[in-house]
Design a protein around this ligand. Structure first.
Ligand SMILES: [Zn+2]
Length: 389
């Protein structure tokens, strides 16, 4: 520490309290003995800190049963089901999912509304109504402590501004401010869906034990998130991780971002359908092309190989730049990986540096469709975990 000021005991205590709460949040429940080991604090300090969290109504302790073996079993510390919770919202092209999520990442109750290309006012109304409806389903003592929203576009995170979300036709929507007016007194955070997916997979999914991870997800849009040394890479405004707009082909199709030949225009679902000669759009058309490719239909198989080739090139760039422990590949791109792994591996063998490639497995997400929702809850809990209040 470069500061010459003395660290006061209450600062140390608050830091330790935050560390205990983070561990319980991350693992769901832990024994006092596990907390003692993982945090390197002595037993009486852990007992004292846990007692503080119990008094604040955040966690409960119980002594596990299981007989009269020698020695006292260590107390198990777990989040209270009627303790603090956050409102996590996933705003998507066709739906809004809202959930009350407790410490430990437990989804208590959720609501899902089908809503196609929603206007900002509709979204704010829906979220405010969901907040009330979910609160009515939670125990009376449970307290809403924050709101996290996953948006399908570029987000200025400190201003809560959805800068550009082309798939729902939003530009410069002050969503954070609009929600703050409807849900006063709450800490409200907005994040990009792919960044939040990366956060969730790192915190609770396929990349749980890793420090450095790249997450790439693609359906119509292609996005991603990068975890560096255990922290989501945000960039100066929160715009980092726009993997879909890496330029792969200077002569490629024009992109909504103003450039052309972006990854999204070459490996996104619209590209796959175009390569397969299919004019329909939507999930059913994509599923049909993938099924045809697996059955060996030449045109569909060729379309999947084209996407897989460019996906392999994209992953090679990411592996060379970030040297991750793994790359998590999600959504439709995970299907491309499953069907055409050999093509992707061939591109990686050719284009990624051998020493990085040799240590980088390609894996698929563990949280399925809920990764952005869980990521939104993690975003909403950040201030609670930092201050333990
Ligand atoms: Zn672009």
């Amino acid at each position: 520490m470069s500061r010459s000021t003395v660290v006061r005991p209450e600062e140390i205590r608050r830091h330790n309290l935050s560390q205990v709460l983070r561990e319980i949040h991350r693992y769901g429940e832990l024994t006092r003995a596990e907390l003692t080991t993982s945090l390197g604090l002595n037993r009486s300090t852990i007992g004292d800190l846990v007692g503080d969290l119990v008094r604040r109504g955040m966690v409960d302790e119980h002594v596990p049963g299981g007989g009269d073996k020698a020695g006292r079993p260590s107390h198990v510390v777990a989040p209270r089901p009627d303790g603090p919770y956050v409102l996590a919202v996933e705003l998507d092209v066709e739906r809004i999912v809202s959930a009350a999520v407790g410490l430990g990442g437990r989804v208590h109750v959720r609501r899902e509304t089908t809503i196609v290309e929603p206007a900002p006012g509709e979204v704010v109304d829906r979220i405010a109504a969901d907040a009330l409806a979910l609160a009515a389903e939670m125990p009376a003592s449970a307290t809403l402590v924050g709101v996290g929203v996953s948006a399908p576009g570029t987000v200025h995170v400190t201003e809560g501004l959805v800068v550009h979300a082309p798939n729902i036709r939003w530009r410069d929507v002050p969503l954070g401010q609009a929600l703050a007016e409807r849900l006063p007194g709450l800490d409200i955070r907005i994040g990009n869906n792919a960044n939040l997916g990366a956060l969730a997979e790192h915190q609770r999914g396929a990349a749980r034990q890793m420090r450095d991870v790249v997450y790439v997800t693609g359906s119509v849009g292609v996005g991603g998130g990068v975890i560096v040394d255990g922290t989501l890479l945000q960039g100066s405004n929160g715009y980092a991780g726009e993997i879909g707009h890496i330029m792969l082909d200077p002569d490629g199709p024009s992109c909504h971002c103003g450039s052309n030949g972006c990854v999204e225009t070459i490996i996104g679902e619209h590209a796959l359908l175009r390569y397969a000669g299919v004019t329909d759009l939507g999930p059913a058309a994509v599923a049909a092309v993938l099924a045809d490719a697996e059955r060996g239909s030449p045109r569909a198989a060729e379309a999947v190989v084209r996407v897989a080739t460019s996906l392999g090139r994209t992953l090679a760039i990411l592996i060379n730049v970030f040297n991750p422990e793994a790359v998590v590949v999600g959504d439709t791109l995970a299907e491309i990986l499953r069907i055409e792994c050999a093509t992707i591996e061939r591109e990686l063998a050719h284009r990624a540096k051998a020493e990085s490639r040799a240590v980088t497995p390609l894996i698929t997400p563990a949280l399925g469709r809920d990764s952005a929702l869980i990521g939104a809850s993690e975003l909403a809990f950040q201030h609670v975990l930092a201050s333990a209040v």
